[in-house]
Design a binder for this molecule. Structure first.
Ligand code: 8YV
Length: 326
């Protein structure tokens, strides 16, 4: 029997390509070219499945030339690159990679929190510039993490991971806001107290954003929200760019209306708003919260297993729109 043709839209682990080749005719973007929407649409033509990595827009336009497309497996837990209703309408299954990256991403969220609170980037720049000539009592004094109030906006699996680290490792008081409250048992495990969004913004010493991006969460943190935060507070975003209004954030940082920010994600990334590059009190990283070797491998494996599970055995592992299976 002919192997179904699939597209792997970005360069990924050779071991994963080997596995996929056992089941599929694989077109692999090994050169890791960045395709336009039109190029992606052309590549999808004639394919039964696609492996994407979170940055490829899958919507009616990109699927227009691909009537045989049955599944798109995203190597990411976030799937805001998918127009899921359009996929469902065309009976294209979408899958993501939950769970396998939770703890790694929570580790990184905490690392950004610590680095921001203790002004690690700023102080390293100072040292590298040869400006460290003597001790002084207030040199790079930051904010304590232990015992402080940790606010979490978006209390899914990663948010809970960050809450557990804060509560159990650093004796932090954890408050959170989410669309829905956690079950009492989970709240107890995270030692987290549910509060309204305004209380969260006003009370948190360190606020971490871990909510999915959607039209609803676009600029959830803008000038008005930043104005509610304490001038001593820090903000960390390991969710998605677009959740924060980067221009408003840069202004708040510049004017000392909040103390600092740790950002792994940006509106319009990989471009970073120039205003953010000009303020010293930020820790910036290029969307690497899930980037450890075992976790990236586990994510790629789960995306591949979704393709094999569905196209070969009829059973995807982590479907986002299971209604297309009926
Ligand atoms: C990915 C992520 O690295 O899983 C997600 O949603 O943001 C990251 O883990 C990114 O989407 C690129 O694959």
């Amino acid at each position: 029997m002919d192997k179904p043709p699939i597209l792997v839209a970005r360069a990924i682990f050779p071991e994963i390509i080997d596995q996929l080749q056992q089941h599929f005719e694989v077109e692999h973007n090994q050169a890791d070219e960045l395709w336009s929407k039109q190029q992606l649409a052309a590549k999808l033509a004639g394919k039964a499945g696609a492996f994407t990595t979170g940055g490829e827009r899958i919507d009616a336009e990109t699927m227009a030339n691909a009537p045989g497309l049955k599944i798109v497996a995203n190597m990411a837990v976030g799937y805001n690159n998918f127009d899921l209703p359009a996929m469902t309408q065309r009976r294209v299954l979408g899958t993501n990679t939950p769970d396998v990256l939770t703890e790694t991403t929570a580790d990184f969220g905490f690392a950004l929190l610590m680095a921001t609170a203790r002004r690690l980037t700023e102080s390293e720049h100072f040292l590298r510039a040869g400006r460290w000539t003597r001790w002084s009592y207030d040199m790079f004094s930051g904010r304590d993490v232990h015992g402080a109030t940790l606010g979490i906006l978006g209390m899914g699996r990663i948010g809970q991971g960050i809450a557990r680290r804060g509560a159990h490792g650093f004796g932090m008081k954890v408050i959170y806001h989410n669309r829905s409250r956690l079950a009492p048992q989970l709240e107890a495990e995270c030692k987290a107290r549910y509060v309204g969004k305004e209380e969260l913004l006003k009370t948190a010493d360190h606020l971490v954003l871990v909510l999915p991006y959607s039209a609803e969460s676009h600029h959830v943190i803008g000038a008005a929200e930043l104005a509610l935060m304490k001038p001593t507070a820090t903000l960390v975003n390991v969710a998605r760019g677009g959740i924060v209004d980067d221009v408003a954030l840069a202004a708040a940082l510049r004017e000392g209306r909040i103390a600092g920010a740790g950002l792994d994600v940006f509106e319009g990334e990989p471009q970073v708003h120039p205003d953010l590059l000009k303020v010293p009190n930020v820790v910036l990283s290029p969307h690497i919260a899930s980037a450890t070797v075992p976790t990236r491998m586990a994510m790629a494996q789960l995306a591949a297993d979704n393709l094999i599970g569905f196209l070969v055995h009829g059973k995807p592992l982590t479907p986002l729109n299971p209604e297309v299976l009926n």
